[in-house]
Structures are given as structure tokens and as C-alpha cells.
Design a protein around this ligand. Structure first.
Ligand SMILES: *[C@@H]1O[C@H](CO)[C@@H](O)[C@H](O)[C@H]1NC(C)=O
Ligand SMILES: *[C@@H]1O[C@H](CO)[C@@H](O)[C@H](O)[C@H]1NC(C)=O
Length: 446
């Protein structure tokens, strides 16, 4: 008898995998069909022209409890929260504050001498990996891959420009050293002095990231980007990466001057050019208030990366409310809203606006999310699950109608579509896919 237990277990696993496959395979097929309906930039059709700003950096991933391995920083007995880091003592205390919980955090190191030490040390570490990162380069890369010609607003050195696709042109002043993010990867249970890092799930982002973003917060490429925009005449202008200005130690008046310039750039954009703003999360509410005025009023499309796991009905109600609140006093009417979550992609588009192919866009965004999480182009429905039901209520209001996933519906002046995400059960990487997802959702709509 005892022997039958493992057998039963095994049978149960096979059965549930089979059921998952049977349930998800049709969802995957319909997503792929919707994606396949639009072929952007294929032979005979012009490649859409997209301009993307701002930011750009080099990510250095190291397999160590960096930044501290590369420098003379002793475990501090007095953990303390610092908004940014000026010297070794602050670094030690700040690191001691975050290390035990393994919570994700990013800190700007204002002291170049101090920051230079772990960057130098990282070159010697076996298995260190360097890649081009930042919101604008990731979105640009995705859009070039999906068939667009891209003008990218970043300050870049030649090495940086070399690794970009041939369909990307860089517009920005050149920088000898790009902004660098040093990303430590160490196992749960790593030790630093008397501290031990708690277990993190692979779905969570890395631990304590230090960076030297002293170009990105100043939108250093904005002038060159603005000049080239005139000539490039994009179909779509995408603005992202503005969270780099968040909690940055600007001098009095600097931030407002930058936002005024950006606002000018956006307001002088041709009405034929769609303007998309990719929102990230902001800690500084003062900055958020200024962004609403300087950027959101000039954008006719918004992308929001929702970190919580709301039910579809809740997200849709929030989208309605957002539309209502931001569509009041605006330079341009808001014509598109894309909310991306772990579980689904919701896109609402104003009827009669130039934004087209909403169902394909939602499908493309969803598939990109699954592909990113698995780190491969193939999606295996046997290794995925749906976190949403197969139909959903369009609002929390009682008596609201139910809609099957991936079917679009009209509501007032808008067309809305919700695509489920096949959430990978063997997570390869869950964090950081937002830019790829948002960019993938824009391409079929231009
Ligand atoms: C910057 O860091 C270096 C190296 O740790 C240190 O010698 C110097 O005093 C720091 N500068 C300031 C202004 O804290
Ligand atoms: C974005 O997509 C590209 C191409 O699939 C991939 O190489 C890259 O790792 C992704 N990056 C992020 C941050 O999602």
C-alpha cells in the first residue's frame, strides 16, 4: 500500500500538468493568432518611425556582495536609511539597513571616487556581465526588433552605440563614461559581518543596487534629441525613464527648468506624432505633480506598470477614473491607456483615434510578458498558469456584464481589450520586463 503514495503523487502531477496544458493551449493559440494578424515593417510596408527618450546606462551584474567586496567598507553596527550616498560610512550604514531583508533598493552615489572603486573591482570578478540598460534603450531595442526605425535619445559613448540594432540611431551628446548601475547577485543566506541576507524568491529583483546616474536625471540628451526630432519626423514619440529624476539631489530650480524644457519639446511636437508617456512609480509626490502638468497633459497615450495584483474589474474601474481625472484640462485628449500587470494586459483606445489594432497590441504585450519571464521565445502552456478567470466582469458595479478574455468591447467613446498573461510557473526573471511589454504593445498600434 505504502508504495502507491508516490505513484498517486506522480499521477496527480501528470494529470494537473495535462489539465493546465489543455486549458491554456487554446488561450495561447488565440493570443498567437491575434499577434499574427498584424505584421509591422514586413516587406512592402514602411517601418514605423519611433523616437524614444530618455536615459541609458550600462548594467554591470556581479556575482558578489558588491559594492562592498571591492572596497574598504566594514559592516556597520548602526544601520541607517540614506536617500543617497556621499561617503563610505553612509554606504556601510545604508547597506547594513537593506542587506538583512534582501529588499530591493537603488541608491545614487554622489562621490565618484567612492563609486569608482567597486566598478574597477567588478572588472576582475569572474562572471561579471555588462549590458546596455535603461528604459529608453530597452524600449528602442524592442521596437527595432518588432519592425520600427528608432531615434534613441541617450547620452552614449561609442561602445554603447555599437551594441544597438542597425535600426536605431542615437541622438544625444556623447559621454565618455555612461551612467552605470552595479547590480549584485548573491545567494540567499549570504553573509556580511554579523548580517545574513534573507531568502528572496527568484521573482524578486536584485538586492542593493548602487548607481552613478548623474547624466540621466538631467535628461542630458534632451537638446540633441529635440534637434534631431524635427528632421526625423516620427510617427510616435515615446518618453520614459523620468523616474531617474526621483529623489535626485537637484539644486534649487534645476528640476523645474528641465521639466519646462521637456514640456516645450512635447508641446512643439507635430499633432501628427503620437506621444506616449511610460509612467513608473515615483516616491516624490512633488515631482509627480509637476509631471502631470509638464508631460501627462501633452501625451495622448499613457503606459502604467501596475505592481499589485488587482482583479481585472478593479483595474478597469481605475482606468475609467484615471481617464475622467486626467482628461479635464489637457493640451491633447488622452486617446490610449495601457495598464500592464503580472496577470493581464488592458488597453483602452479612443474610437476614431489613430491608435489601431487594439486586440493584437494587447496580445503582443501579453506574449512579450510571458516570453520575458521565461527568457525564451517559446511559451510552454504546460509550464504556465492563468491568474485571471477566463471571463471577467467589466466593473465592480453590481450587474456589470462579463466579457471573455481577448474579446474587445466598446464603452462610450472607447474600445477596450484585456489579454490574459500566461504566467510562467518556472520563473526565469519576472522583474524588469515593463519596458519591453509596453513597447511591444505600442508597435501594432502606430
Ligand atoms: C569620497 O570617497 C573617498 C573614498 O572613499 C573619500 O576619501 C572621500 O573623503 C569622499 N568624499 C567626500 C566628500 O565624502
Ligand atoms: C527586453 O527584450 C530583449 C529581447 O528579447 C531582451 O534581450 C532583454 O533582456 C529584455 N530586457 C528587459 C529589461 O526586459
Amino acid at each position: 500500500m505504502a508504495d502507491s503514495f508516490p505513484l498517486q503523487l506522480k499521477f496527480g502531477t501528470v494529470l494537473s500538468a495535462l489539465l493546465a496544458f489543455l486549458r491554456l493551449e487554446p488561450v495561447l493559440s488565440s493570443l498567437l493568432r491575434a499577434e499574427g494578424k498584424v505584421k509591422v515593417g514586413s516587406e512592402g510596408s514602411a517601418r514605423p518611425r519611433v523616437a524614444v527618450g530618455f536615459g541609458g546606462r550600462v548594467d554591470i551584474v556581479v556575482d558578489a556582495v558588491v559594492p562592498l567586496d571591492g572596497m574598504d567598507v566594514r559592516p556597520s553596527e548602526e544601520p541607517l536609511h540614506h536617500d543617497f550616498i556621499e561617503n563610505a560610512e553612509q554606504l556601510a550604514r545604508s547597506f547594513a539597513y537593506f542587506f538583512p531583508s534582501g529588499a530591493a533598493s537603488e541608491r545614487f552615489v554622489t562621490n565618484d571616487t567612492l563609486f569608482g572603486q567597486p566598478v574597477e573591482a567588478s572588472r576582475e570578478l569572474p562572471g561579471n556581465r555588462r549590458s546596455v540598460g535603461g528604459d529608453a534603450p530597452v524600449m528602442a531595442g524592442r521596437m527595432a526588433m518588432e519592425g520600427c526605425d528608432v531615434l534613441l535619445g541617450v547620452s552614449a559613448n561609442p561602445d554603447f552605440a555599437d551594441v544597438l540594432s542597425q535600426h536605431i540611431t542615437v541622438a544625444g551628446n556623447s559621454a565618455e563614461e555612461p551612467d552605470i548601475h552595479l547590480i549584485p547577485e548573491y545567494p540567499s543566506g549570504a553573509e556580511w559581518g554579523r548580517y545574513t541576507s534573507e531568502r528572496r524568491s527568484p521573482a524578486e529583483s536584485h538586492g542593493y543596487i548602487v548607481h552613478s546616474d548623474n547624466r540621466n536625471p538631467y535628461l542630458a540628451s534632451m537638446k540633441e534629441f529635440e534637434q534631431k526630432l524635427q528632421e526625423f519626423q516620427p510617427d510616435l514619440l515615446v518618453i520614459g525613464g523620468l523616474q531617474m529624476m526621483d529623489s535626485f539631489p537637484f539644486k534649487q530650480g534645476e528640476r523645474d527648468a528641465l521639466l519646462a524644457q521637456l514640456s516645450h519639446l512635447l508641446s512643439s511636437t507635430s499633432p501628427k506624432t503620437g506621444v506616449h508617456f511610460e509612467m513608473a512609480s515615483f516616491v516624490d509626490e512633488g515631482l509627480l505633480a509637476r509631471l502631470l502638468e509638464a508631460v501627462v497633459t501633452h501625451a495622448d497615450s499613457l503606459g502604467v506598470n501596475e505592481q499589485e495584483l488587482p482583479p481585472v474589474a478593479t483595474a478597469l474601474d481605475q482606468m475609467r477614473e484615471l481617464y475622467r481625472l486626467v482628461n479635464g484640462r489637457r493640451a491633447r485628449p488622452l486617446a490610449r491607456l495601457h495598464v500592464h500587470t503580472l496577470a493581464f494586459q488592458a488597453i483602452a483606445v479612443a474610437r476614431g483615434s489613430p491608435w489601431k489594432n487594439t486586440v493584437s497590441a494587447a496580445a503582443e504585450a501579453s506574449l512579450t510578458a510571458s516570453r520575458h519571464a521565461r527568457g525564451s521565445a517559446e511559451i510552454d502552456p504546460g509550464k504556465a498558469e492563468l491568474v485571471t478567470d477566463e471571463s471577467f466582469s467589466v466593473s465592480r458595479q453590481e450587474g456589470s456584464r462579463r466579457i471573455p478574455l481577448l474579446e474587445d468591447w466598446e464603452e462610450g467613446d472607447y474600445e477596450i481589450c484585456v489579454a490574459p498573461v500566461l504566467v510562467c510557473t518556472e520563473v526565469y526573471q519576472a522583474a524588469g520586463g515593463g519596458d519591453n511589454i509596453s513597447a511591444a504593445g505600442l508597435v501594432p498600434q502606430v
